[in-house]
Structures are given as C-alpha cells and as structure tokens.
Design a protein around this ligand. Sequence first.
Ligand SMILES: Cc1cc2nc3c(=O)[nH]c(=O)nc-3n(C[C@H](O)[C@H](O)[C@H](O)COP(=O)(O)OP(=O)(O)OC[C@H]3O[C@@H](n4cnc5c(N)ncnc54)[C@H](O)[C@@H]3O)c2cc1C
Length: 598
Amino acid sequence: MTTGTGSTKAAAATAARRGGAWLLDATAAEDVFTPERLSDEHRLMAQTTDEFIDKEVLPNVSRLEAKDWAFARTLVRRAGELGLLGVNVPEEYGGLALDKISSLIVAERIARASSFATTYGAQANLCILPLVLFGTTDQKQRYLPTLVAGERVGAYALSESGSGSDALAAKTRATRAPDGNWRLSGEKMWITNGGFADVIIVFAQVDGDQFTAFIVEKTFPGVTAGKEEHKMGLHGSSTTPILLQDAQVPAGNVLGEVGKGHKVALNTLNFGRFKLGAMSVGGCRAAIGDAVRYAVQRKQFGHSIASFGAIKHKLGEMTARTYAMESLVYRTGGLIESLLEESSHDGPSTARAFEEYAVESSIAKVAGTETLDYVLDENVQIHGGNGFVSDYTAERYYRDARVNRIFEGTNEINRLLIPGMLVRRAVKGELPLIAAAKRLQDELLTPSMAAAPSDGVLDYELQLTAAFKKVGLMVLGTAMQTYTDKLTDEQEVLGYAADILMDTYAAESAVLRARAASASGASRAALHQAAARLFTNDAALRIEQAARNALAAMAEGDTLRTLLAALRRFLKTSPVNTVALRRELAEATVEKQRYILG
Ligand SMILES: Cc1cc2nc3c(=O)[nH]c(=O)nc-3n(C[C@H](O)[C@H](O)[C@H](O)COP(=O)(O)OP(=O)(O)OC[C@H]3O[C@@H](n4cnc5c(N)ncnc54)[C@H](O)[C@@H]3O)c2cc1C
C-alpha cells in the first residue's frame, strides 16, 4: 500500500485510537492531521483532479444537464483513466491503493462538478467501495477492474418509496430458485446513475427478513431502470427507480453474507458520509472564490461591493466556517488513516476503521453540508439579482447542494446518531464517558479555581474548547441519567447534544490546526488564528444556547439552577472583536480573490 502519509503517521502517532476520544482527552496540535501536512503525492492528486474538473467537466455542464448520459459515461471513463475511481482500490484490481487522505482530496476537489461529483460518488463510494470491503476474490476480479477503469458504471440501490431513512425495512424480496440462483422482486427509488449504471449493489430481504446485499447487473433478465426524476438540482446526474421483476441474479452474487446486508449498507455509508463532508468543504472553497470575485468587480454607489462592511462580514464568516469544517474533515481523515496504518488494509480492517470513526464521519456530514448551504446561500446573496438567475453558477450550486442534507442519511438521522453512538459505546464500556461525566459532577462540587493565566497562541480558545467538552459531557450525562433507556425517544435533546458536539469538534480542530500553523511559522498563521478565534467565539454562544435549551428540557427548580450555574462557570467568555476578525479574513480573501486558508 502506497500511503504518502509519513506525516499522517507522525501526526497521529500518539493520538488516541478511539472514535470519540477527543471528547474526553486533550489532543496535542502536532497529533492532528491538517491540509498543511499534505505530501507532494497528495498535492499531485489534487492537481490532477482540479485539471480534470476545470478542463473536461465544467466546460460541459450543459451537456450533462441535457442528460447526455453517453457523455457522462465518457467522463466516468476519463476519471478511470486518471486513476480517480481506484484511489483506495488494491493494485491487483487496477487501483492505485493510495491512503484515505488521497480519497478525501479527490472528493474535495471533485465537488465543484456537483452533478458529476454525484455520479462519481455513487460509483466510487457506493459501488466500488462495498465491493472492496465485502467482495470475495472472485467478485472483486469480476467487477472491480472494469468499474475502476470507468468502463462500467456503478450504482447503489438501498432506498425504496416506503423506506428511505428506515432503509433496513426495505420490501424488495429475494428468493432462492431451485437452481441455487436468486430471484429479486421490488422497486428501488432515487437511484443515482440509475439511467446508465451497469452494476448495482441492491439490498433485498431474503425469506422476508434477512436483509442482504446483492451485486446486480443491468443486463440480468428482469432488471430495468424507470423514468428520470425531475429534480430541484443535480440535473446533470441521473436519478431513476430500479425495477426488479423476478430479476435473475447468480448464486455467486451475494455481497457479504445472507442476513448481513446491514453491515454492507452501514459501513458503506460511514465512509460515504465522511466523503460528503469533504465534498462540502470543496464546495465551500469554490463558492468563496465565486463570491469574492463577483464582489470585487461589482460596483454599487461608486464602490466595489467588496468594500462594504456587510459584504466583508459575509466573506469573513464564510471563510471562518469553511476553515473549521476543513480542519475537522482533515483531522478525521488523519485519524482513520492512522488507525489503518496500524492494521492491515484488508476489507474487514478498513470497515472497522470506518466504524470506529462513524461519529466523526456523521459530524463531517452534518456540519459540512450545513456549512455548505450557509456558504452557498451567502454566495447567492452577494450576487444579488444575478444570484437568482441561471447565468451565474451561484444559482445552480445553491440548488445542487440542497440534497446533501437529505441523502447518505438525512441530517436529522445523523444528528441522532452522533450522541446516540457515543452513548452506546459508553454503555458497552468502550468509551469511558460515564466515568468522565462523574468526574465532572465531582468537579462541580469543588470551589472553582481561576484558570492559570497563559499567553500562548490561542491558549484562551483552547481552554474554551476544553470547556465545550465539559458542557457536552454535562448535557450527555444529564440526558443519560434523566432518560436512561428511553433516551432515544428524546430527539430534541439529542439534537441539542449533537449541535454541541459538532461545534466542539469543529472548534477544537480549528484551534489545533491554527496552533500548528503558528508553531511551524506558516505564512498565513495570523489568518489561521483569526479564523479559529472567530469560529470558537461564536461556537461558545451557540453551545451555551443549545445547552440551556437541553438542560431546561431535562430539569427544573434547584437542579436546573445548579446545572445552569455550572454552565455559566464553564463558559465564562470574554468579548472578542469579531467585526475586526471578519474584516481581516475578508480583506485577505479580497486580495487573493479566493479561499485563502486551504
Ligand atoms: C438526488 C437523490 C439521489 C439519491 N441517491 C440515492 C442512491 O443512489 N441510492 C439510494 O439508495 N438512495 C438514494 N437516494 C435516497 C435518499 O437516500 C433518501 O431520500 C433519504 O435516505 C431519505 O429518505 P426518504 O426520502 O424516504 O425520507 P424519509 O425517511 O421519509 O424522511 C422524511 C423526513 O423525516 C425525517 N425522519 C425520518 N425518520 C426519522 C426519525 N426516525 N426521526 C426523526 N426524523 C426522521 C427525515 O430526516 C426527513 O426530514 C437519493 C435521493 C435523492 C433525492
């Protein structure tokens, strides 16, 4: 396995190897992987992807939007020739066998091609990946080389009209025929690449309740694609039903084990979510470039609109939020990769690494897609009337991104998963969260000590992120105590907990990255600091609000008063001049006319 991540290894050498450990332990800046630590090989991958998107995809968006699927196939083939479909595929099946940071980079860079990025994602993340993780040697030999070369197009058919979020309740049936082969009947909905896919990972119930994954070829008798959906966005990506009418599937095409389809589905989604977070960062970076270039050239009242404080506010905020998301996505990529470097890179080890960091991957998905929607909305606003018409890309990007909060598990479902998975691990004894919550209770009973004064780079912000963790633990601990085994019914409280956890992970990732940038004397260290300071300050306000709402839902009277006093004690914040920080970021963005920190 070629990794090109000597720095990843070094970065995470001493980091805890458990998902969620960041909530309980302090992390050193040098243990966090950041975009500043990319190797030359990574940068080459970024350049290859950028050139492909700029020269071959973006000039042809209208052909894709006209549903020229023959042309979409040509692009899939080109992606294959460039190695982009086989980044994480072993060399014996035609892949490049690179590290997970490389696939993060490709996802991030391909995002600008939104419709084609979805085509790519369905092929690379949802079809090729499950084959790599769960395929037998024979299945890998039969399917991977042509999929990786882009000669065949892949898809993933999990959803049905009656089961989207509740995907395991699928009704598609699979029965074993007397000849040992399978017969599949049912209707899959909203399948990306449905109109022109050749190989589809299909989920069906064997004997009514054994959820199972199958490898289905479009040419198998009984398999057809339905009509294209008329969508709000992503007009250049195919979305159709897949109809299975007594479809004939060979005995050797069960992917994984009968009755273990949930493993295939969930592990595929774990990494897919992480990559969607990476794609969101790529979308944010591109939109900041669009927004600032427009703002610089657009004049009103005799001045470029980029000179107005209201526009600087937007550019500064877009930059700081993107910085935080980028920091958390790269940090997560580094964690996954460092866990893999310790184990073998075979399918089961890789699936375990994705599962270990499933909480962080859900955070990347929810926080990333919501940041993207915020950034794209502000991009439209900066474009004024031109943002609302199709002559400018702002309008299309805005529509194209909306589905990100719906697929790969809706953001509501992922919000529930973030605290839900942490609590489950705590109950199983895999994460010492309960002991940490108990220590926190003891700390609350002791008189508060003034924090030791310090004047290192972002020391105050680092202390704040430590306080965020305490707030997160207090809310989670109180929720576990209050609701015990009924906690899953309390979705609103879980939602607040998720918001606190997401802001905590994002803020800490940003602060650690900015400290590392300062320690290494990076040329833009001051801007890294401005972005981290701004994000952390505003995260403190959001976290306080979310915690107050959660605590008020769980307690009353003296108990609530005690909890709120603890909250005030943890989040003793000093006012920060965020206007100046946003201006600093905006002015640097205007000077370079692009996102300045990645
Ligand atoms: C463009 C596009 C491409 C897609 N591509 C694919 C693909 O390639 N393969 C595939 O299999 N699927 C695909 N999908 C389907 C997608 O994954 C589903 O739409 C998604 O999982 C949501 O399911 P649903 O639409 O049935 O919504 P529902 O599950 O009906 O959800 C509706 C609302 O209720 C909320 N909700 C549901 N259950 C709960 C709960 N327990 N608690 C709280 N809130 C809840 C949801 O968050 C959402 O807000 C695609 C969809 C689109 C639009």
